[in-house]
Design a protein around this ligand. Structure first.
Ligand code: AKB
Length: 317
């Protein structure tokens, strides 16, 4: 582990950023990991190490923090997700693209060594094969978020090939965690359902019963993120973004998993505009390239995740 490594996380107070900050502080030491966001985060995050207010679209603000803390690696976690992006298309495009160009250009100028940038299963669209979606396939995304992630992937590969920028990326599926709530995504139901099951024993789902989507427990997502960043540069053969997968389920299947703990839990369905987004995405993902190139392996299944979620959330209700 490099003693000189100093990490900046942009978007540290969001669903992934909060847990990623904690994990990287465990690995590299609290003072080596600078958390940043446009707003302050939880007490735990704020007190466990340095924190800076940064707007991900402000190149100068990012550069100032990079210089003053001698940052080597940047994790750019700020983004507007699929459902909110459909409400504010230009805001989503501006945030998702400008923030990426800021860090790619800082790396191109030699001010940082390495970037992590998350892509998503949203890069795929209605014409993509839905089962075992391959690493390389048809990609015609139909959401602003998906278009921004697909474009971002092309730019990451371009900066890597043209300027030698070390940028690493994975296509996250829907992420489920008990620590931080997601915001503005189409897969968010799979977190909300646990909260409502414990609180009301009832949940009204905005997707229909048969909507199968790729999902992942947050611990697996954080491990994938840390592992791809630790992999040897020669093992990263894809510099756009890697497919990663662990489980796929639909609302009926997650309900059955919850019912093993809360037998009288009931779900009903009122699909809204997010149904069309979900219907455009893959159901299952082929992640064999990530497994071969840098040894990706998932650990947590649906029933294991349900047991962990219920155990950790039950105190709050
Ligand atoms: C969303 O639903 O928008 C995100 C994603 C799949 O990237 N969770």
């Amino acid at each position: 582990m490099s003693l000189k490594k100093r990490i900046l996380i942009i978007g540290a107070c969001g669903q992934i950023g909060t847990e990623l900050t904690a994990k990287l502080r465990d690995i590299y030491g609290n003072n080596k990991v600078i958390a940043s966001d446009i707003y302050e985060g939880s007490d735990e995050l704020m007190k466990s190490g340095p924190f800076e207010i940064i707007d991900a679209m402000d190149y100068d603000a990012i550069q100032d923090v990079i210089i003053s803390y001698e940052i080597t690696d940047v994790y750019l976690m700020a983004a507007m997700l699929s459902a909110t992006g459909e409400k504010f298309p230009m805001k989503a495009w501006n945030l998702n693209m400008n923030s990426l160009f800021n860090v790619l250009n800082l790396a191109k100028e030699g001010k940082i060594d390495k970037i992590f940038w998350p892509s998503s299963i949203a890069v795929f669209g209605p014409t993509t094969p839905k089962s075992d979606t391959p690493q390389r396939t048809v990609m015609e995304p139909s959401t602003v978020y998906g278009i921004s992630k697909q474009t971002g992937e092309r730019w990451c590969e371009y900066y890597s090939k043209r300027y030698g920028v070390d940028v690493r990326s994975i296509r996250y599926p829907g992420l489920i965690s008990y620590k931080t709530l997601p915001g503005g995504g189409t897969t968010d139901y799979a977190v909300d359902i646990y909260h409502k099951a414990l609180k009301h024993k009832k949940y009204i789902c905005f997707l229909n019963a048969e909507t199968t989507l790729p999902m992942m427990f947050m611990d697996d997502a954080i491990r994938a993120t840390v592992n791809i960043m630790m992999a040897a540069e020669e093992d990263i053969k894809i510099t756009s973004s890697y497919n990663v997968a662990s489980m796929s389920f639909n609302p009926e299947e997650i309900t059955n998993s919850i019912k093993k703990h809360i037998p009288d839990f009931e779900i009903s369905y009122e699909p809204d505009f997010r149904q069309a987004i979900a219907d455009s995405w893959p159901q299952t993902i082929d992640d064999s390239t990530a497994r071969e190139d840098w040894g990706w392996e998932h650990q947590i299944s649906l029933d294991e995740m349900t047991a962990i979620m219920i155990e950790n959330l039950k105190e709050s209700y």
